[in-house]
Design a protein around this ligand. Structure first.
Ligand code: ATP
Length: 200
């Protein structure tokens, strides 16, 4: 069994996340990708919308693909979200699988600042999507020594969308509907999320 982990804040989830997870799924012939909304990400300074809402949006964003699932393992754990602990927890449940952590090259570049990155590199391989300005070559050469042999570059042209851009567009009432799933957009509108008045 080959399993992928797609971790993120998903504030909100967008088409770039979906394309990245699908590209890794197909390129590496994974059986399943488990999406894991983070609890408190120690490396992010922007305060996200509450975890329960990000979890619900992630469920909506992934519902069209039967090989996607969503786990609440990080949002139900107290304290900061450390990926190494998440992987350990999942590996106790899904015994004997091979694991890939799917991430953009921007996030891969921060690996040295994660909790116990060398141990993490023993537990998973990294499926890295080069995000502009990274190329496959620059993403590969950014790998710390302990991760270099544990790296698979996922060939794709990633969309330039980010949650930050999308939040700005949503606040301005002008989201690009190609960048977000209709179900997630309906949810955001129904709950009144990412409105300018919230952040004023
Ligand atoms: P923010 O703009 O708030 O930093 P984000 O769009 O990068 O958010 P995250 O939830 O932080 O989204 O990202 C989760 C993972 O998805 C990260 O590994 C990130 O690199 C990756 N990712 C985000 N957007 C894209 C994209 N457009 N293409 C490929 N991967 C992406």
């Amino acid at each position: 069994m080959k399993l992928g982990i797609m971790g993120g804040t998903f504030d909100p989830p967008h088409i770039g996340h979906h394309q990245a997870a699908l590209a890794a799924l197909n390129h590496l012939q994974l059986d399943e990708v488990i999406w894991i909304p983070s609890g408190r990400n120690p490396l992010k300074t922007v305060r996200p919308v509450p975890a329960r809402l990000r979890l619900e949006m992630t469920v909506l964003a992934t519902q069209d693909e039967p090989r996607f699932s969503v786990s609440d393992v990080e949002i139900t754990r107290n304290g900061p979200s450390y990926m190494v602990e998440t992987v350990r927890e999942l590996q106790e449940i899904r015994v004997g699988a091979d694991w890939w952590l799917i991430l953009g090259s921007d996030s891969f570049r921060t690996l040295d600042r994660w909790h116990e990155p060398e141990l993490l590199a023993e537990l998973v391989r990294f499926a890295v999507i080069p995000r502009p300005p990274d190329t496959p070559g620059s993403a590969r050469s950014s790998a710390p020594a302990y991760a270099a042999g544990r790296l698979d570059i996922v060939p794709m042209s990633p969309s330039r969308v980010s949650s930050t851009m999308l939040r700005i567009d949503l606040e301005e009432g002008n989201p690009d509907e190609r960048q977000i799933s209709p179900a997630v957009l309906d949810y955001i509108r129904a709950k009144g999320l990412y409105q300018r008045s919230e952040n004023a």
